[in-house]
Design a binder for this molecule. Structure first.
Ligand SMILES: Nc1ncnc2c1ncn2[C@@H]1O[C@H](COP(=O)(O)OP(=O)(O)OP(=O)(O)O)[C@@H](O)[C@H]1O
Length: 262
C-alpha cells in the first residue's frame, strides 16, 4: 500500500533564484508555509526578502526554481492570486483620489463588484475614520500604510503576503495588526510577513525563515529555533547569531519546518 500523499503547503518555494546584474538577490531558496501559520521572512537589508515575495506573487520571474500557492504555479495574473492579499512596495495610489476611491479602483482591477467582502473589517483595522474620504495626497506615511493594509485585507484572502506591514504604524496599530493576523491565521489563513522588528515578530510569528545574502540560513517553528540554542534568550539573539556568519543551517530545523508545513 502506498503512503498517503502529503498535503500541499499553501506557500511553497523550491530552489528559487533571482539575479539582478551581478547581484544574486535570491539563491536557491526553499521553504514552505502551511495553513494556520504566520511565517516571518527575516534577514538583513538586501537579504532578498522583497525579491522573494515579488516572485511569489508573480511581480517578477525567477531565473530558476518554482513558487507555488495552494499547489498552483505562480505567474502574473494567475487565478490563484485572487486568493492572496498582497502588500509589497505599496500599490500605486492615485494621490488626488480619496481613500475609498483608491480602494474601489484597485478592486475594479480585479473585475469584481464593489464592495469587497472584507471591507468593513479591513477599514476598521485601518482606522482611517473620516480620512477615508480625504485625498490620499494629504495622508501621512502611516495612513498610507494602513490604506495599503486595507487593500490587502478587504478581499478576505486566505493567503497573505505582506512586506514589512508594520512600517509606519504606531504601537497601538501594530498591536491591532498583530491581533488581526493572528485571528486570520487561526481561521486557517497562511500569512507570510517580512519584518525587521524582531520583538514584534517574536510575538506574532509561528514560524521563521531567515535569509542572508539570498540564501536560507535557518527555518522552522519559532519555538524550535529558540530552543535550538538555550543561550539565545530572544529571537533577536538567535537572529544576530545566524546572520553574522557564525550560524550554519541544520537539517533538524529544516526537517522540523517541513513537518510543520504539512
Ligand atoms: N529591481 C532590482 N534591480 C537591481 N537590483 C535589485 C532589484 N531588486 C532588488 N535588487 C537587489 O537585490 C538584493 C536583494 O534585495 P531585496 O529588496 O530583495 O532585499 P530585502 O531583504 O527585501 O531588503 P530590505 O530589508 O532592505 O527591504 C539587494 O542587493 C538589492 O539591491
Amino acid at each position: 500500500m502506498s503512503a498517503p500523499a502529503a498535503p500541499t503547503a499553501t506557500i511553497r518555494v523550491d530552489g528559487l533564484s533571482k539575479r539582478y546584474g551581478r547581484q544574486q538577490a535570491v539563491d536557491r531558496l526553499t521553504f514552505a508555509a502551511g495553513t494556520g501559520q504566520i511565517c516571518a521572512l527575516l534577514g538583513p537589508n538586501g537579504a532578498g526578502k522583497t525579491s522573494t515575495m515579488r516572485m511569489l506573487v508573480g511581480l517578477s520571474t525567477p531565473d530558476s526554481g518554482t513558487a507555488h500557492i495552494a499547489g498552483e504555479p505562480v505567474s502574473l495574473g494567475a487565478a490563484v492570486l485572487r486568493r492572496v492579499g498582497v502588500l509589497i512596495d505599496g500599490p500605486a495610489f492615485v494621490p488626488h483620489l480619496n481613500g475609498t476611491d483608491n480602494l474601489k479602483l484597485l478592486w475594479a482591477a480585479a473585475r469584481r463588484t464593489w464592495p469587497p467582502p472584507g471591507l468593513r473589517d479591513a477599514l476598521d483595522l485601518a482606522g482611517l475614520g473620516a480620512a477615508i474620504d480625504r485625498k490620499v495626497k494629504g495622508y501621512s506615511m502611516g495612513m498610507k500604510q494602513r490604506l495599503m493594509l486595507a487593500q490587502a485585507l478587504m478581499r478576505l484572502p486566505d493567503v497573505l503576503i505582506l512586506d514589512e506591514p508594520a512600517n509606519g504604524l504606531d504601537p497601538a496599530e501594530i498591536r491591532a495588526l498583530r491581533e488581526h493576523l493572528a485571528a486570520l491565521a487561526k481561521a486557517g489563513a497562511t500569512v507570510l510577513i517580512s519584518s525587521h522588528q524582531l520583538a514584534e515578530v517574536q510575538q506574532v510569528a509561528t514560524h521563521i525563515v531567515v535569509m542572508n545574502r539570498g540564501r536560507r540560513v535557518s527555518s522552522g517553528p519559532l519555538a524550535d529555533v529558540l530552543a535550538a540554542n538555550p543561550a539565545h534568550r530572544s529571537l533577536e539573539d538567535a537572529y544576530l547569531a545566524m546572520t553574522d556568519g557564525r550560524h550554519q543551517p541544520t537539517d533538524a530545523m529544516t526537517e522540523g519546518h517541513r513537518d510543520a508545513a504539512r
